[in-house]
Design a protein. Structure first.
Length: 564
């Protein structure tokens, strides 16, 4: 397996709107990020992934871009961005930009031109179709609810938008569109950035002819997964992009790819023939979905630990020596890691640190989402008025007004799964609005900021933050944690997730209790070792009586070095 800097890096995702506001307008900004770079350096991360900062009408918080070559006013200027990049590089932190190229904003000049007439040169930049007898061109549903088509009276046709109607999909079949996007990418790469996170990238190739989706649910519009994800020209487009653009720079790409198998991932991240370096797949974050529900996205079902092990192990083993994994437990679209996978109530510290151990000891590049390093949790706003996310607001309207569901039940779904759980402002200190802004924040701060905040975390050497910091150092000091082979042990154990990482004659053992119980268990006999050294743990560990017999306390995590 080849060795590269991006396999050895730890990435930190910043959602700029909620990170740090430097000018009191209630919205995080680029200068706010510059103020906190020393904090990131102290944490020890190598790369920052910056969610979109381009000009945008913010229908979807910047994932709807109206100018790829400029910064949105609320976040600052291009000069601020240049300074941010320079300040990061000065601290040896790399920057990857979010690249949203499946769609633009409907306020992008290309789309404004495109909608003016059927023969406008920009018409074919997007996917315009005639309707069918007063109906949309096909039955596809938008990922954000409703139809994926919007009628435009100016020309009497519909355009496709897999997300909101202010996010029209680009037509990747048009080679001019691809060249425009490649030029734009070069423009950023020439400024010295270190790579891209590619938004919704496996949606760029659709089934030719855009046929109806098969009817799988009782609804007017159907999720057209089979026609929009991993389409026939995906690999071809990405390989072209790599050949023409990316291969000329020392950068890396990470694709956001829902609904991929390990087979897709191997094709897409293959060193020679793939188009991407790594991707974010979501199987582990979707384990708690009830697929028989009318809306799996908002449903919940209990899952057990062997299911999680099966998913993670399949990704670890299938990609071994063939592709490259990423690891993340949260991002700006997901609930908070400690609330989703741990116990943010009774075992907040224990489960936040146990999950950190899990995140940072697998093979693949780890991604920490802002606030996770201090154990930020989901928020439970009582009123829908306090939510800001377009997906959440659309869903509330659809479920309560159209479907007639009980508003309280809908709020319970939102508390568990809304994207706004991850988007409440970063909790810096115990001051007003958690030190995020001196003004009125664009979204309320989680009321638990008086307990969970950076100020407290930094002052307490036993905090979640310092545990993350130590883990990152451990990963850096032990290449076995980056390149070592992963092997699961105790496969069927319901409480303990244990695995080894092996590189030549070095071997580490990771054991994680995923429950509030206190399981006692024996390591299997094939794990031979004469002695072991504890490298990190989230509890104080007394020397154990027998080398192979262990008892783990609630959400306990340990990493050992094993001596042959
Ligand atoms: C995925 C992004 O992560 C999400 O926030 C966004 O809404 C969609 N793609 C559309 O760009």
């Amino acid at each position: 397996m080849s060795k590269t800097w991006w396999k050895e890096s730890v990435v930190y995702q910043i959602y700029p709107r909620s990170f740090n506001d430097s000018n009191g307008d209630g919205i995080g900004d680029l200068r706010g990020i510059i103020e906190k770079l020393d904090y990131l350096k102290l944490l020890g991360v190598d790369v920052v992934w910056l969610s979109p900062v381009y000009k945008s009408p913010n229908d979807d918080n910047g994932y709807d871009i109206s100018d790829y070559h400029d910064i949105m006013d609320e976040f600052g200027t291009l000069a601020d961005w240049e300074e941010l990049l320079a300040e990061m590089h000065r601290r040896d932190i790399k920057l990857i930009m979010d690249l949203v190229i499946n769609h633009t904003s409907d306020e992008h000049p290309w789309f404004i031109e495109s909608r003016t007439s059927k023969d406008n040169p920009y018409r074919d930049y997007y996917l315009w179709r005639e309707g069918r007898a007063d109906r949309e061109p096909n039955n596809w549903a938008s990922i954000f609810g409703g139809s994926a088509w919007e009628y435009d009276a100016a020309t009497g046709e519909y355009y496709l938008h897999l997300f909101s109607k202010k996010q029209p999909d680009l037509n990747w079949e048009n080679p001019t569109v691809r060249q425009e996007l490649y030029d734009m990418m070069r423009w950023w790469l020439d400024k010295g950035i270190d790579g891209f996170r590619m938004d919704a990238i496996n949606l760029i190739s659709k089934t030719p002819g855009l046929p109806d989706a098969s009817v799988t649910r009782d609804a007017r519009y159907q999720f057209a997964s089979e026609h929009v994800f991993n389409g026939p020209r995906l690999l071809e487009f990405l390989s072209e992009m790599k050949r023409e653009v990316l291969s000329h720079y020392d950068v890396f790409t990470v694709g956001e790819t829902s609904l991929v198998t390990t087979g897709h991932a191997i094709d897409l991240t293959h060193e020679e023939t793939g188009g991407l370096n790594m991707l974010h797949q979501f199987e582990h974050t979707e384990l708690n979905r009830d697929l028989s529900s009318f809306s799996p996205r908002w449903s919940r079902r209990p899952w057990d630990l062997p299911e999680l092990k099966e998913v993670m192990t399949r990704w670890q083993k299938d990609l071994e020596n063939k592709g490259w994994n990423t690891h993340f437990l949260g991002n700006h679209d997901l609930p908070r890691a400690v609330s989703n996978f741990g116990d943010d109530d009774h075992y907040w510290f224990e489960s936040a640190t146990q999950l950190a151990t899990f995140l940072l000891t697998l093979q693949g590049t780890p991604y920490i989402y802002q606030g996770e390093e201090i154990g930020m949790t989901n928020v439970h706003f009582a009123s829908i008025e306090d939510y800001r996310d377009i997906e959440t607001l659309n869903m509330y309207r659809e479920f309560v007004e159209d479907k007639g569901l009980d508003p309280e039940a809908v709020m319970t779904m939102i508390h568990a799964k809304s994207r706004d759980n991850a988007r409440t402002p970063m909790q810096w200190d115990t001051g007003p609005h958690a030190g995020f802004t001196t003004g009125t924040p664009w979204m309320k701060v989680n009321p638990n900021y008086t307990k969970i905040n950076v100020e407290h975390a930094l002052a307490d050497s036993a905090s979640v933050f310092h545990y993350y910091r130590r883990l990152i150092q451990l990963r850096k000091a032990n290449p076995v944690l980056v390149y070592g082979t992963y092997d699961l042990i105790l496969d069927a154990h319901e409480q303990i997730y244990a695995f080894t990482r092996t590189l030549e004659d070095e071997r580490l053992l990771v054991i994680l209790n995923f429950t509030p119980e206190t399981p006692r268990f024996e390591l299997p006999e094939h794990i031979h070792f004469s002695d072991k050294e504890l490298l990190i743990s989230n509890y104080k560990v007394d020397p154990v009586e027998r080398i192979n017999l262990l008892t783990l306390r609630p959400f306990e995590a340990r990493v050992y070095r094993l001596f042959p």
